[in-house]
Design a protein around this ligand. Structure first.
Ligand code: PHE
Length: 367
């Protein structure tokens, strides 16, 4: 017959030695579990000679109660210690400085685009969107650009699909648009006149890439269509725009030019904001001895800034509701990258697209 006192001593010492709740659970299973010797003894008590049953049963039950109480109190103690440890390990040190959240800055191009948008919003224009992948129809045909025009050539324009070399034109062919003027037709189709909209966006040309040319750049198109608009309105609008952008006192001049979709067409120049039209180098540049003329306008006194013109009646006639007998309009397109270069005086257009944070961060917080 198992020695109850010995079993109790062993169990007591195991329960007391358990250093963790898990160890205690293991000791409980060993000494108080279904196949523990003490438990088996109590279960099989009937198999003992009758005269032993009472004594053994009583002693066994006393032992079991004692061990259960011991296990319960050890459990409380160990659980408390473990909770304490966990709380200490999980503690948040509120005195630690917070991890810093670096703040981004707007890209100089975004800043310039928003500035241009703001100026036009202030004049009552809406900002509209238009696709970058366009059909040849929106890109050229609807813009009064004849078949055989060099811009339709795949050496000038990126064709995505459908270029027809034999016919020289395919209205359904897909191109990466070469100018934001494609937005003119898009806007006219979506809205009735009077129409006053600007559209900033990317354009693509198969250009040789150098400091002032990139095969992807940005333009902003302005289009106004109303009754009675004349070249004087065009000039007045360009003037107020350029005055807001570069300075109120600068002269603006229009030179005759050609675009298929405007008639007459002009190019607009603004007097150089750096030399004020004299062509002379800045005092600093002159003192350095490295420049004998204005660096911004290369001594011209003028900065060529945009193409413009009165919307060709052939373009108006493309869209229902824009009767060229009743409506007239003007349009212009300005290079956003070029404006950013002029405003900030950086020398190479490609810097805008290299994503060098040292360059971009210089414009943090600028308007
Ligand atoms: N789309 C022309 C260009 O890219 C600019 C322009 C826009 C000219 C609107 C006239 C009218 O050069």
């Amino acid at each position: 017959m198992p020695d109850i006192e010995q079993l109790t001593r062993d169990a007591r010492s195991d329960l007391e030695a358990a250093a963790t709740v898990a160890e205690l659970e293991a000791a409980k299973v060993a000494h108080l579990g279904r196949s523990a010797p003490l438990v088996l003894l109590l279960r099989d008590i009937r198999e003992l000679p009758p005269e032993d049953r009472g004594r053994v049963g009583k002693a066994g039950n006393v032992a079991r109660k004692e061990l259960e109480a011991l296990a319960a109190s050890r459990h409380d103690a160990l659980a408390a210690v473990e909770l304490d440890d966990r709380l200490r390990a999980d503690a948040i040190d509120v005195t630690l400085p917070a991890r810093s959240m670096p703040r981004g800055t707007l890209h100089p191009l975004t800043q310039t685009r928003r500035l241009l948008e703001d100026i036009f919003l202030g004049m009552g224009y809406d900002v509209v969107d238009a696709p970058e992948v366009e059909s040849e129809w929106y890109g050229f045909t609807a813009l009064n650009t004849p078949v055989g025009h060099p811009a339709r050539n795949p050496s000038d324009t990126f064709y995505v699909a459908g270029h027809d070399a034999d016919a020289g034109a395919n209205d359904d062919a897909l191109i990466l648009r070469t100018q934001t003027s494609t937005a003119q037709l898009r806007a006219m189709q979506l809205r009735k006149p009077p129409l006053y909209v600007v559209h900033p966006g990317r354009v693509y040309r198969r250009d040789d890439i150098d400091a002032t040319h990139s095969d992807m750049f940005h333009q902003m198109e302005a289009l106004a269509i109303d009754e009675g608009l004349t070249l004087a309105h065009l000039k007045g609008t360009i003037e107020s725009f350029l005055h807001r952008l570069f300075g109120e006192e600068l002269d603006v001049r229009l030179r005759t030019h050609f675009f298929p979709f405007t008639e007459p067409s002009v190019e607009a120049d603004v007097q150089c904001f750096s030399c004020r039209g004299t062509g002379d180098p800045s005092a600093e540049d002159a003192a350095s001895g490295a420049f004998d003329r204005c660096r911004v306008c290369r001594g011209e006194g003028w900065i060529e800034i945009m193409g413009a013109g009165m919307v060709d009646p052939n373009v108006l006639g493309v869209v229902d509701g824009y009767d060229p007998e009743r409506y007239s309009g003007f349009a212009f397109g300005i290079g956003i990258d070029r404006v950013a270069m002029l405003r900030h005086g950086f020398p190479d257009l490609r810097m805008l697209f290299q994503n060098d944070l040292r360059f971009v961060r210089q414009f943090a917080g600028r308007p």
